[in-house]
Design a protein around this ligand. Structure first.
Ligand code: CP
Length: 302
């Protein structure tokens, strides 16, 4: 049994094997391979998709689910440490899925926990299960993960999903276009990671028509109000990119629009009816990928 803390821990063969497992779960999602097991979901930060898809995954595998979706209802609000919370919950559950606002919280939890930890997002750091469903969605829509033009748009500074995606794509020769306002540009450490791993990238402040027309994937992200200490800065950048249907008239046939969701205006509702829109199916794919991840971390055949 093992934890999933960062996507950087997964080698190419492992990623491909998990994607194949997810495809088997998509074909047959109701399997009681975790009958008698308990999955805990500890969400110290809000979530809709990640928590509910992990819980649905556990239910469809026959496991029971315990946990909390609001830390204010747990004893952490009385000052209980993360270590003590993890030690307690590991008395009750076989695996812990945890989202926390602090970067590094999942790594710390995995070091003190006797049961596997799945990182469901730690601050602006990592969101590896999201990355696996992003990869699954890219593979499904493009027929390959190799040699793709991928436009990452929006909050590239705080966006943990884009940071994880870059790391995962190191195996597949992507060309990344980073599109962000200067205040939310891709941090230097992630650009260094690209250079060290031979990942091709360029940077833009404008989401130009040329970029839209020459991409295979456009990965939109939300400007995350909760990460800003200066709300004036948030107001300045929050609506900087809005993708609209009229911009999608001359794209590549295979272009798909992804977004980890929730969106707060960066994809206009008229895009939902365009054939390029894939973000709702992307979220649905999370269920199958999370079934594969839970089984893998518990060393259960899938
Ligand atoms: N994509 C994602 O993490 O969504 P939630 O915050 O709703 O879980």
């Amino acid at each position: 049994m093992h934890s999933l803390v960062t996507i950087a821990d997964l080698e190419k063969e492992k990623i491909l094997s998990l994607l194949a497992s997810a495809a088997r779960f998509e074909a047959q999602p109701n399997r009681k391979t975790l009958d008698g097991r308990v999955v805990a979901t500890l969400f110290f930060e809000p979530s809709t998709r990640t928590r509910l898809s992990f819980e649905t995954a556990a239910n469809r595998l026959g496991a029971r689910v315990i946990g909390f979706s609001d830390a204010a209802t747990s004893s952490s609000s009385k000052g209980e440490s993360l270590k003590d919370t993890i030690m307690m919950v590991s008395n009750y559950a076989d695996i812990i899925v945890m989202r926390h606002h602090l970067e590094g919280a999942a790594r710390y939890a995995s070091e003190v926990s006797p049961v596997p930890i799945i990182n469901a997002g730690d601050g602006a750091n990592q969101h590896p299960s999201q990355t696996m469903l992003d990869l699954y969605s890219i593979q499904k829509t493009q027929g390959t993960l190799d040699d793709l033009d991928i436009c990452l748009v929006g909050d590239l500074k705080y966006g943990r999903t884009v940071h994880s995606l870059i790391m995962a794509m190191r195996h597949f020769h992507p060309h990344f276009h980073f599109v962000a306002p200067t205040e939310l540009a891709m941090p230097a450490e992630h650009k260094l990671y690209c250079r060290e791993h031979g990942i091709d990238y360029d940077e833009h402040t404008e989401l130009s028509q040329q970029l839209i027309d020459n991409s295979d994937i456009i990965y939109m992200t939300r400007v995350q109000r909760e990460r800003f200490t200066d709300l004036m800065e948030y107001e300045r950048v929050k609506n900087v990119y809005v993708l609209r249907a009229e911009q999608l008239r001359h794209t590549r046939d295979n272009l798909r629009i992804l977004h980890p969701l929730p969106r707060v205006g960066e994809i206009a509702y008229d895009v939902d009816d365009c054939p390029q829109a894939y973000y709702f199916q992307q979220a649905k794919n999370g269920l199958f990928v999370r079934q594969a991840l839970i089984c893998d971390c518990l060393d259960v055949e899938s």
